[in-house]
Design a protein. Structure first.
Length: 205
């Protein structure tokens, strides 16, 4: 029963540890990368309708005009493929916060995860909280297992001490009875007691 309980406890602890590691990673893969605040200057030939279509295509949201053809956006898809398509598009006259060689963000302020799920940031925070709780639970199980191991060791040590004390008493009884047995004074009862004590000592060892 105890062995089965310990095996179950180890299995639960292992499953919780795996979940604590995998859950945050899986949620981040599902929700996508954080967005980024970037600046885009459109070509003069781009009208409002064309700009809106391009904003949708390049996942540029929450646009704010900074004067003229320059806008600030939240780029919710900062993947290299999307950045490459944006900075190389003829409709884009200039950009800021981009590395045009590696097609990556360069010093941009990061924003919430909205590329795949609108509430991605909330889901990531929740997953991180669950991972912390699972980690704490695994630590608690480890402490319980440690306490159980120490308690078992102490209990066995106490039982061994009792056996050793009983063995010592039997040896003393044997020493006290031996002179009488050898002298022939004690015949049946003392001998019976002696042999019973010897058998008990042998069984306990």
């Amino acid at each position: 029963m105890i062995a089965k309980l310990l095996a179950t406890r180890r299995a639960v602890a292992f499953a919780c540890a795996v979940a604590a590691v995998c859950l945050p990673i899986a949620v981040r893969l599902i929700t996508g990368a954080p967005g980024a605040l970037v600046h885009v200057r459109w070509a003069p030939s781009i009208d409002v309708d064309a700009r809106q279509r391009l904003e949708t295509r390049f996942r540029l949201v929450d646009g704010e005009s900074l004067g003229g053809a320059t806008w600030r956006y939240d780029l919710i898809d900062p993947s290299p493929a999307n950045i490459r398509a944006l900075v190389l598009d003829p409709a884009v006259e200039d950009t800021h916060q981009f590395d045009r060689v590696r097609f990556a963000l360069d010093g941009a302020e990061r924003t919430a995860r909205r590329g795949q799920i609108s509430s991605g940031g909330t889901l990531v925070a929740a997953a991180d909280g669950v991972a912390v709780a699972l980690t704490s639970f695994v630590a608690l199980l480890a402490l319980v297992s440690l306490w159980h191991a120490v308690s078992t060791r102490d209990r066995w040590a106490g039982q061994r001490a009792l056996v050793l004390r009983a063995e010592d008493r039997l040896f003393r009884a044997e020493s006290e009875l031996r002179p009488y047995i050898l002298s022939g004074i004690l015949e049946e009862w003392p001998c019976t007691r002696y042999h019973s004590a010897t058998r008990l000592r042998t069984a306990m060892i």
